[in-house]
Design a binder for this molecule. Structure first.
Ligand SMILES: C[S@@+](CC[C@H](N)C(=O)[O-])C[C@H]1O[C@@H](n2cnc3c(N)ncnc32)[C@H](O)[C@@H]1O
Length: 88
């Protein structure tokens, strides 16, 4: 395997909540490109206000059901932390 360098990767988090995982990564590694999707628009709005406050341009937080999401991929890493999908 030749994994992408974590400090310069493209990362997606499904069920990102308020995006705190991605915001932390984006702050620590300015060269990453991070995208998060979550159904909870209030959580996304909270994260987005933090993104704006911090002036981060490398994080996108998208309020959407994962089932309707069209990835702006490809991504090097996909995080699904605390996310349980009960699909049919
Ligand atoms: C326990 S939280 C985990 C948040 C974050 N990943 C973390 O580690 O802090 C699970 C999240 O999954 C989201 N979620 C559940 N079903 C979803 C779906 N179909 N599409 C997008 N997000 C979903 C919930 O809104 C919730 O914010």
């Amino acid at each position: 395997m030749k994994p992408a360098p974590p400090d310069r990767c493209r990362v997606l988090e499904v069920g990102c909540g308020d995006g705190m995982n991605l915001i932390s990564l984006a702050l620590a590694y300015p060269a990453i490109d991070a995208e998060g999707v979550d159904l909870a628009s209030t959580a996304i709005a909270k994260g987005q206000s933090m993104v704006n406050e911090l002036g981060l341009s490398n994080v996108r937080l998208i309020p959407l059901d994962l089932m309707e999401y069209e990835p702006h991929g490809p991504f090097d890493y996909i995080i699904a932390h605390g996310f349980f999908f009960l699909g049919s």
